[in-house]
Design a protein around this ligand. Structure first.
Ligand code: ATP
Length: 319
């Protein structure tokens, strides 16, 4: 049983101060794009995982793998009276770069959930699967639903964004290197502690004398731009509170972002915790031009053209 699952961008990523549990409260606008991993599950004596493709050598092939954790979480969530399924062999074909801010690990977990739900005929609805997903990781529930959605809490409390199904054309610039998500949050806390208001994004309530912004707000202007389906307006409202922190740890990204904007992108931002940069193009043709020029400019390792929104994790082959 094979499931295909998309990478995500955050069109807005607003980060609140650290909470008592150590996590940061978020408001984010998730957007699934057409860069896919494939996850295959087959019955086996015990749970195992193997990984091939882009960045496979940096993905754990043990119980730390998020796809294996998702398999264990789904098994544990099955009703006690149901026949308990045996082990599974999980095979992940990666195209989503690892530790690139595109939530590839969470995507694999979501794909493993839908594939095992099918393999075991568990019959979990999508909302029930989303509950299991939220126990595996903050971005897993979104990878299940895909499209464009607003995430709150740690990103796991989702509401669909009521926007038309306009296609947006993106160019992704992959960096030579990775960024660790916890390291980027730590850098953000440090930056905020050293300069009030410095890293506040749209909708922030940071004021004079405050060392951290208040609870983050959804950017009403971004949502209005998305409702209009106007890529120029959307491009002008992209925002990511983690960007200054990602740039502080990976300064070369400044050049990448500037190059994309100079080459005509409607908007640019660091994807999630980075270091991938995402550029919005006016249409598919402009995206092709931008991809060619960016790869010639020597400001990134490689580029990919993707479109969004696309649906979330779905079974592609039964067998
Ligand atoms: P995050 O989802 O935390 O924002 P990211 O999108 O930048 O992170 P991922 O590709 O999800 O990056 O990888 C984050 C870490 O998760 C990696 O360092 C990797 O070792 C670990 N990981 C565990 N399982 C997987 C998986 N199936 N695919 C990719 N990474 C995985």
């Amino acid at each position: 049983m094979t499931a295909r699952v998309p990478a995500k961008l955050n069109l807005q990523l607003a980060v609140g101060p650290p909470r008592a549990d150590g996590y940061h409260g978020l408001v984010t606008v998730f957007h699934a794009v057409s860069l896919f991993d494939e996850v295959t599950v087959e019955p086996a004596a015990q749970d195992t995982v193997s990984v091939t493709g882009e960045g496979a050598d940096r993905v754990p092939e043990d119980g730390d793998n998020l796809a294996l954790r998702a398999v264990a979480a789904l098994r544990a969530a099955l009703p006690r009276r149901a026949a308990q399924p045996g082990g599974v062999q999980v095979t992940i074909a990666k195209r989503i770069p690892v530790a690139a801010g595109l939530a590839g690990g969470s995507a694999d977990a979501a794909a493993a959930l839908v594939a095992c739900n099918e393999l075991w005929a568990s019959g979990f609805s999508q909302p029930r699967l989303a509950e299991v997903a939220a126990t595996v990781g903050s971005d897993v529930a979104f990878a299940l639903v895909g499209g464009t959605a607003v995430g709150r809490g740690r990103g796991e409390q989702l509401t669909p964004a009521l926007v038309p199904s306009t296609q947006y054309y993106w160019v992704l610039a992959f960096a030579d290197g990775q960024l660790s998500t916890p390291a980027v949050y730590t850098a953000l806390d440090r930056l905020r502690a050293s300069g009030p208001g410095k890293t506040a994004g749209p909708g922030k309530t940071a004021g004079p004398g405050k060392t951290a912004p208040g609870d983050p707000d959804l950017d009403a202007a971004l949502m209005s731009a998305l409702r209009s389906g106007d890529a120029v307006r959307v491009g002008g409202r992209l925002s990511n509170d983690l960007q200054p922190a990602a740039l502080s740890l990976f300064p070369a990204l400044r050049k990448t972002l500037a190059a994309g904007l100079e080459l005509g992108a409607l908007g640019a931002l660091v994807a999630g915790s980075g270091p991938t940069c995402a550029f919005l193009a006016a249409n598919a043709e402009r995206a092709l031009d931008l991809a060619v020029s960016l790869s010639g400019a020597g400001v990134c390792r490689s580029v990919a053209r993707v479109a969004g929104p696309v649906p979330g994790a779905a079974v592609v082959t039964a067998g």
